[in-house]
Write a protein that binds this ligand. Sequence first.
Ligand code: RUQ
Ligand code: CUA
Length: 655
Amino acid sequence: MKRTINILVSIIMVAGLVSCNNGGNKRGNKGQGGLATNAAEKVYVAPGEHDEFYAFVSGGFSGQLSVYGLPSGRLFKVIPVFSQDPEKAYGYNEESKPMLETSYGFVPWGDSHHPDISQTNGELDGRWVFINENNTPRIARIDLTTFETAEILEVPNSAGNHSSSFVTENTEYVVAGTRFSVPIPQRDMPIKDYKGNFKGALSFISVDPESGSMAIKFQLLMPGFDYDLSHPGRDKSHGWFFFTTYNTEEANTLLEVNASQNDKDFIAAVNWKKIEEYVNNGGGTKVPANYAHNVYNDETHSATSTMLKEVLTVNPLDVPGAVYFLPTPKSPHGCDVDPTGEYIVGNGKLSADLTVHSFTKMLDAIEKKKFDGEAYGIPILKFEDVLAGVVKQPGLGPLHTEFDGKGNAYTTFFISSEVVKWKLGTWEVVDRQPVFYSVGHGMIPGGNSRKPFGKYFVALNKITKDRYLPTGPEVTQSAQLFDITGDKMELLLDFPTIGEPHYAAGIPAEIVAKNSKQIFKLSENKHPYATLTDGDARVERKGNEVHIYMTMIRSHFNPDNIEGVKVGDKVFFHVTNHEQDYDVPHGISMIGANTSELLIMPGQTETFIWYPKQPGVWPFYCPDFCSALHQEMQGYVRVSPAGSNTELKFSLGED
Ligand code: RUQ
Ligand code: CUA
């Protein structure tokens, strides 16, 4: 065991060396990192012109999703998903707070990992982006007409929701697999009894084809391995889903050693169509559960959170022929399926070679029952029978593979810090480029679909060291853009990311941009506290609650003078933006309010609560520079001592 530790330590140290040396030595040109002379032209998007692609980049431990343009690398927006965001008041205003409810109560932050764009017939349709939250297992759906989080579904029986969130080719399902196996149902038991007793839940979440609404169709309760990443079959393998596993040793301590013992772990192949049929015919067991389903409604401009109490579980042994294990060397991380659906790439982190399985061979082996034993009753196929080929010694520490739709695959290597291009079918390496440094995922727009747009490859790097101006001990993480239209990949651009860019999803802008919403129609506003006409603006007292029904339009609030509020009151500002022009939000900030300011879109209503603490006359203002008279967009609330008789009054334009 000691020796294994030593080997691991030296691999890790070599990784450090490689990382630091690449930029300086090999290139002899630190600032450029192998830049061709016309690279600038290729990423230059002239002022006023638009980028060709959107890239949705995971915000990692920020819990959010950022939106960039490609090829420019310009940041357009950070979409709040799993974390509170003061810029948009997400998770602060009363309307969006329910989005962050979970079975553990209100959780104001998250760790987002893998965005995936909805598909129709295996092609990106640009309707929604899904993204997983790893820590408090959840899946979010972002609506690409508003670029806002529309729905969050908690995933029960999961822990470290990592092999998520990947969609099948008609978005029938968004799939979420557990990284950590746990007792199901959760219970108090000794950790050392893990082996054989813990389970790994793979959740198939159905997506309504019209509304996008998510619901857990079933959870497959698998042996207690770690389910690391997953990918849908597509085209010929549509109907199957593939999951990499590690820790098939079922170790519960010092996994860096104990989970690296087996020569091979597995890729689990799941025939979800078969299980779907079984479930549709009444199969499966409903078990008690407790998980939040949070939905944002664009008409009420409000979210609701509902706790669901039951989930359907399936024991794989009850559906013969639905699950098989494909032996795959050395703790595979990424699990990637090529656009034809034939090749399943297992990126064995500690393996010298890249293993590629063949879907056709897999079906054949299943038919001929060529099994090599079983694990907890699940048949293991013979390695040689399912192997399509091996990419020989392409690099160190393979993590993820993407496809360009032209027969090439691009694998990222964390330890040797490079991207390696190789050919599907011949397995020959045709190009390699260093990245700066230590790449995790890579992304080709549509690389997760039957129709990749193989123009750019984006390397999503974990470490940047000397690539940017130093900013203290923490330096930005980074994306690197490569042109992949030629034989050789060509580095074009570095751009910083927000949080750790675990994965990204890219799509041609023309598919999404045309559907982008410009305003919310005031006439369709069904918020229960909306103020639709100026005449309805008012202030009402109910006991110690004061409700302010306020409107805003360039450049005033109505009302802008309010009296009769008292210390000890709970003051609700229900504010409706009456603008019906594109790109004219207004905000409202109240001194001493601890809920963040609001930023309200045209036609929208939002609410915040203010607890006045001291008598006085307290101003509020619009924090978004909305017109030449933006600075005039202000007002006052008079606060009297608790128990005083100041009359409740509100006005606009009165002296
Ligand atoms: S992971 S660096 Cu969270 Cu997708 Cu592989
Ligand atoms: Cu409204 Cu500034």
